[in-house]
Design a protein around this ligand. Structure first.
Ligand SMILES: [Zn+2]
Length: 260
């Protein structure tokens, strides 16, 4: 499984980071966790879609730094299956179909509401719990500690993604068994009293409690001047920490089962 951070930042893009989006590839299947501004890399780096027959976007929630990139979903038109899986009923009190149509329909993007499923996407699916999408099995956990709930995701039991949550020790239970944890670290500190976001030290506590092999800090604050400021607080509690950067593959050997 190839993994690439399309956007390692949170809230708004910066010169160094697009906002939340993670790309995973298995053969002709691309799975994208969140569609923040980093999602535009599917347009600007065409290699990402080379040979792809199905793009499945799974949303952790609906905030714009996780969904605004869908503005370029038109660019996926050459991919036969283009779908969004969204936790509408699970966390947002409405259906995925309604919410995605609101996001991509008039007057925000498409000229006609029917164009959303005629020209932009081929499917909108309700993410209501664990689900299998092609070669990817997705486990879900509702995270209650954000401005409205969000969903933590675990893919193929190997990669866990916990973002837009304050420190939540229940996540360690959910993450356990995964090899790599992508956890938000919005604050360069050991702890924070922010009720909706985590500090680097808190992400590291989840990684240590879950006994993962590797922690990658994501949803980084756009005004973070030096990645080492963030890394220091995480590495103190969990040495195998790194600060996520847009673009490069996340050491594919970590996911290379054949090499294990
Ligand atoms: Zn966010």
């Amino acid at each position: 499984m190839d993994v690439r951070l399309l956007g390692s930042g949170g809230w708004v893009p910066s010169d160094r980071r697009e906002t939340a989006s993670v790309y995973l590839r298995e053969g002709a299947n691309a799975l994208v966790l969140d569609a923040g501004t980093g999602f535009r890399r599917l347009l600007t780096d065409p290699d990402l879609l080379e040979g792809v027959e199905r793009v499945s976007v799974v949303l952790s929630h609906f905030h714009l730094d996780h969904t605004a990139g869908l503005v370029c979903a038109h660019a996926l038109a050459g991919v036969p299956v283009r779908e969004v899986w969204a936790p509408g009923r699970l966390i947002a009190g409405s259906t995925a179909d309604d919410l995605v149509h609101r996001l991509l329909g008039p007057p925000f993007l498409a000229a006609d509401r029917d164009d959303v499923l005629r020209e932009i996407l081929t499917g909108i699916h309700e993410l209501e719990g664990d689900v299998t999408i092609g070669p990817f099995t997705i486990e879900t956990r509702v995270q209650p500690r954000h401005a409205g709930p969000t969903v933590a995701l675990k893919v193929n039991g190997e990669l866990a993604y916990c973002t837009d949550t304050a420190y939540d020790e229940e996540n360690a239970v959910f993450v356990r068994g995964a090899r790599v944890l992508l956890h938000e670290a919005f604050h360069a500190s050991d702890e924070t009293d922010d009720p909706i976001h985590s500090a680097a030290g808190e992400a590291a506590r989840i990684a240590a409690a879950a006994e993962v092999e590797r922690l990658v800090l994501v949803h980084v604050h756009p005004l973070l001047a030096d990645d080492d400021d963030l890394l220091g607080f995480a590495a103190k509690r969990f040495p195998a920490s790194e600060v996520g950067r847009d673009g490069p593959l996340l050491g594919s050997t970590v996911f290379d089962r054949a090499a294990r």
